[in-house]
Design a protein around this ligand. Structure first.
Ligand SMILES: [Zn+2]
Length: 95
């Protein structure tokens, strides 16, 4: 993916999964992506000093309602996270 494509699709604040040999965590991006001198596309993310290559990132699916990241491995029902899902159910059936 080019820097221009990334920036068009993933604005600053997008939730991503960072993964390298020793770490894995979810974080928000803190900058637009840019290219290093050698052409490597990189971006700043929260919790990590210095820029990280886009190749280490996967964009997290986010809840259609509250925009929180839905972690991989979580079953996604109707595009919302479990907490919104529960609220919606209670609204529908609760008294
Ligand atoms: Zn939600």
């Amino acid at each position: 993916m080019t820097v221009a494509e990334w920036n068009a699709k993933h604005p600053v604040g997008t939730w991503v999964d960072f993964r390298d040999a020793s770490n894995r965590f979810s974080a928000r991006t803190e900058s637009e992506a840019w290219e290093l001198g050698d052409g490597t596309p990189v971006v700043l993310i929260a919790g990590k000093s210095g820029c990280v290559g886009l190749s280490f990132l996967t964009v997290s699916p986010t809840c259609a309602q509250c925009k929180a990241p839905i972690h991989r491995g979580t079953e996604i029902v109707s595009g919302t996270c479990h907490s919104c899902e529960r609220d919606n159910r209670e609204e529908r059936y609760g008294e």
